[in-house]
Design a protein around this ligand. Structure first.
Ligand code: EAX
Length: 325
């Protein structure tokens, strides 16, 4: 007897009373930068990889521009399970995973290739593993870029030019100590407060890579940028250990592969932004100061470098330096 679908049964299925179509599991991926950015490209690569590998069983919902809060808020959210995934600079992460402070030391990385070699090697893998005891799974090393100083008070060419400048830093003890040693008045705050604080004049300047400056059209609120390149800023693609624990081993492999695709995408966009960003900033009226006395800046922050290297990871800093020789 062939099974005849009555009009009623077809209608019932159309209304969803039939076998439920598998609903994709939605996971939030948070980042503080606008969607049209190196982090946004990384997030889209992550989402596309998960969609392909899981055949639509998982859906990654992008939450750009601080939609779920600043980087510290999101890290805390991952620890309690309210946020599933993040792409975050390492800046504030030392507050949760002290070993990660080692990656944000001034003038530690010689160039992009050296940074990639360290992060993609044994040291980088060890540091990703250091997240887990803190309720976070470090999946891959993405990229924010070499950080430069912007402000609207005066062009910065040497440490003396920083004297008294109210400079926003990330919530990172090493950066705060370094800029204090160099003569600035460091003001730590979440990125989500920076643009408003600059517009209101509660801070004079900030420091970030070119991709952050261009993604936020910072020429609208900052007169100049000094290409100090004082810190290489990694970004991490990370997952809440609570949500990681709900995945099968195969699914966990998908998330690692997606994070690696995100990392590659971020590095590609950073390279593009570095190539075109200086001209873009000049075209938009920003003064770009390139004649920087980097040796003088390195000397000015050395006291902070020495104090915090001893406090957090003397041997790790030495290993990172040696890995670049
Ligand atoms: O992660 O806080 C910062 O300056 C970071 O570079 C930014 O949020 C991107």
């Amino acid at each position: 007897m062939t099974k005849m679908f009555t009009a009623a049964s077809v209608l019932a299925m159309m209304l969803g009373a039939g076998p439920a179509l598998a609903q994709a599991k939605v996971m939030n991926l948070a980042f503080t930068v606008p969607s049209d950015s190196h982090y946004g490209d990384a997030a889209r690569a992550f989402a596309a990889t998960i969609d392909a590998l899981s055949d639509g069983a998982f859906e990654i919902a992008l939450r750009p521009a601080g939609a779920l809060g600043g980087e510290r808020d999101v890290i805390e959210g991952m620890q309690i399970g309210t946020v599933e995934l993040v792409i975050s600079s390492t800046g504030p992460i030392g507050n949760f995973v002290p070993e990660i402070y080692a990656l944000d030391f001034p003038f530690l990385f010689d160039d992009y290739a050296s940074a990639h070699a360290v992060l993609d090697g044994e040291i980088g893998q060890e540091l990703l593993a250091s997240f887990e005891p803190h309720g976070i799974i470090g999946l891959a090393w993405a990229e924010n870029g070499f950080r430069h100083i912007t402000n609207s008070v005066r062009p910065i060419r040497e440490p003396a030019d920083l004297e008294g400048l109210k400079l926003r830093t990330m919530e990172n003890e090493v950066h705060i100590a370094a800029f204090r040693a160099a003569g600035a008045a460091p003001t730590p705050m979440s990125w989500t407060e920076v643009l408003t604080s600059l517009q209101q004049g509660t801070i004079d300047g900030q420091e970030n890579p070119i991709p952050i400056v261009t993604a936020n059209n910072m020429w609208e609120i900052q007169d100049n940028i000094s290409l100090t390149g004082h810190v290489y800023s990694p970004a991490v693609v990370a997952m809440s250990a609570i949500h990681w624990g709900t995945l099968t081993e195969e699914q966990q492999g998908w998330f690692v592969e997606a994070a690696q695709a995100a990392a590659a995408a971020s590095r590609e966009t950073v390279a593009q932004n570095e190539a075109t960003g200086i001209a873009q900033m000049k075209e938009n009226g920003m003064e770009v100061i390139e004649d920087i006395d980097k040796a003088a800046f390195a000397a000015a922050v050395q006291p902070a470098y020495d104090e915090y290297a001893e406090r957090y990871a003397p041997e790790l800093i030495d290993r990172i330096r040696a890995a670049q020789d």
